[in-house]
Write a protein that binds this ligand. Sequence first.
Ligand code: ADP
Ligand code: ADP
Length: 229
Amino acid sequence: TGALCFRDVRFAYDPERPILKGISFDVPAGKTVAIVGPSGAGKSTLSRLLYRFYDIQSGSITIDGQDVRDVTQKSLRSVIGMVPQDTVLFNDTLAYNIHYGRPDATEADVMAAADAAQISGFIAKLPNGFQTMVGERGLKLSGGEKQRVAIARTILKAPPILILDEATSALDTHTEQEIQSALDVVSKNRTTLVIAHRLSTVIGADEIIVLKDGMIAERGTHASLIASS
Ligand code: ADP
Ligand code: ADP
């Protein structure tokens, strides 16, 4: 489940300046489609429309055939997991931050998710493992560590659909590679929309869509796009 269908999606923040000018593509259930393109091309806007952060003005976006406009934001949030560009964490324990997406999860589930996101070692850095991460106690997290907490949260929530919005763009190359491998684990067999600015970060995607000026400029696999460039 979790098949996505974008049909002739049009959107403008300002009616004078259309951002998306008729975008159509599918993300078959369990597959990964990457949207790449220069900054300002409308990539993040596309993901915000799926999440109903904004509503599309023309065309349709469906999940398993159901129009997202007929789905409440609450239920959308339960089926879509988002690993954003810059993760904002709650000023609370590591466990709280991971637990947040799925309050019914057990502590063992939380630890398993932390393990899968490769932050077990990072938990060990904390006295008792569950000390306050930020604030007075002052454990400071790097961008990469925060991303891993976001990934652990998403693993725990286990949504059928994932949006990875330039999830590694703020990181240095080494951290980016580490996070990328954690993300590959989360996105395996899950319907995944990856927003990226470089082709090199989406080599494994089933399809890559190149967005330019609000339109699809090119599409194909990594190999076919490299061959044609
Ligand atoms: P990308 O993710 O490809 O960098 P975005 O989808 O973030 O592009 O933005 C596409 C265009 O829409 C940009 O020109 C940006 O300035 C504009 N834009 C983004 N968000 C807003 C907003 N909330 N209000 C008005 N314009 C916006
Ligand atoms: P990095 O440069 O390692 O990618 P960031 O740019 O995200 O990390 O953050 C820069 C620095 O700000 C971190 O190394 C950390 O010391 C501090 N920092 C990050 N997040 C927080 C936070 N939530 N609370 C307090 N300090 C933080």
